[in-house]
Design a protein around this ligand. Sequence first.
Ligand code: HEC
Ligand code: HEC
Ligand code: HEC
Ligand code: HEC
Ligand code: HEC
Length: 366
Amino acid sequence: MLALIFVAGAAPPADPLGYTGGAGPLVLDGRVDGGPGWMAAADCGDCHGQALAEWTDSRHHRSWTNDLFQAGLIAEPQRFCVYCHAPAAVQADEVIPNLAAYAALSPRATGAVGARLAPEPLAEEGVNCAVCHLRDGAVLAARPLAPGRAAPHPIRVAPELGGAEGCRGCHEFAIPAATGGPSPFLMQSTFSEWRALSGPGDPSCVGCHMAPGHGHRMTGAHDVEKLRGALRVRRAGGALVLEAVDIGHALPTGDLFRALTVELRRGAGVPPDSAEDDGWEVIFVAGRSFELVETGGPRPEKRPLSDTRLWPGQPRSVALPVDQPEAWWRVRYMYGAPHDLARGLAPLGDWVITLASGQVGQETRK
Ligand code: HEC
Ligand code: HEC
Ligand code: HEC
Ligand code: HEC
Ligand code: HEC
């Protein structure tokens, strides 16, 4: 059985690629004489067209501009968010002066009305080529160039880029403590989840997310077919059995508000895909929950309370009311929290999708 609440180690190691976990901007160039150079994706894309095309289609490209992040930022306009969603110092410099203008966009905002957003051309590229590849004037590559190949730029071989270590700095980080700095509790723990599940020979993050045909798209939960493929739903007697498959971490992983719900509508109601959306009762949640604890700091501190997510190899049964064969069930994936839904800052379809559904009296097709 896996440990259900992951905590940061006593002294987390310095990140080999310089990521800060939200503590500060990412410094791409530590040399006194250097500048970041080649900062925009198009600068690399002139020569690396395929990587550019794939990345352009990725969530990394949209990590600053997508509706869900923007809604989260408007609700909590913190530098902490900037240092990961538009992490390089040159990107952070563009958006930090805009944080007051973001705050003013909230429906609950008081004051600061009229602040204008200045343009953010580099931040709009989010996690771009330079963020992952450019350090101190050299381009990081997972392995040496093949014999006979040459590049018009310096290359530094950084094997960690091609495994899980190169993703860890952003895909695992602590909840900020009430007094500033990291708390011992993790906000995202995808790396630890992967490490707990993986043995020698198992694929790393890159092995699955950059597999041939996927490359720099690095798709995840926003690829709905992939998400459906990672969840097996079957019937066993009076229960619905959920299982995570072909996945290297918990389902869901990543953002703290992600959840899977099993919902039930009793009685001979209309099918789940009709416009009628009332009367559903949540009977199981696979997700994490948190509590706010007063610690004497300037604001309450978020701490993990429970973790009911799905793990590969550990099927989970959810009992259905077998005496109500007409009742409908559905399994939904929530990209955001109910309080975000209530804020109405992004369209409902961006927050929640139905992955599987059926009637209690019928066998499951998926
Ligand atoms: C003027 C053209 C040009 C520009 C601009 C350029 N590269 Fe390259 N890059 C090359 C060539 C040529 C190679 C050699 C490998 C090859 O033959 O494909 C290479 C090699 C690489 C490699 C190692 C490839 C491998 O096969 O392991 C990486 C990673 C890389 N570049 C990333 C970048 C990034 C990121 C940028 C922008 C910051 C960039 N390059 C800008 C031409 C360019
Ligand atoms: C150390 C890095 C880091 C910090 C700091 C951080 N995030 Fe994220 N965030 C991520 C990663 C990695 C993901 C992708 C995980 C996933 O897909 O679930 C993500 C996903 C999200 C998503 C879901 C986006 C989507 O496309 O569905 C939202 C919303 C979000 N973050 C908001 C925020 C806000 C608001 C803050 C500041 C309070 C913040 N993040 C701070 C790394 C970070
Ligand atoms: C989220 C981090 C990330 C971003 C963003 C990113 N790369 Fe990469 N890139 C990688 C990793 C990891 C590898 C190594 C994959 C492997 O081990 O095969 C890689 C490999 C490469 C290679 C070697 C050949 C290949 O395609 O596998 C080139 C060239 C390259 N990247 C260019 C780019 C360019 C150009 C951009 C922007 C358009 C970019 N990368 C954006 C992480 C990233
Ligand atoms: C500089 C920080 C950073 C690094 C390094 C990074 N990521 Fe991400 N990643 C993010 C952020 C931020 C998001 C959330 C984007 C959004 O808002 O939707 C994200 C989202 C994702 C997603 C979710 C895509 C989807 O469709 O839902 C996957 C998968 C992913 N990253 C894989 C990787 C892998 C694999 C690596 C290592 C090769 C990596 N990331 C390295 C910051 C990073
Ligand atoms: C065995 C294959 C496999 C491995 C290894 C793997 N993943 Fe995934 N990952 C998936 C699949 C399949 C999904 C889609 C289902 C989902 O969203 O959970 C996914 C989804 C994700 C998401 C999107 C979650 C969300 O809430 O949007 C992120 C982020 C992610 N992976 C990051 C990583 C990182 C970082 C690593 C390494 C530490 C990693 N993955 C290792 C298969 C894998």
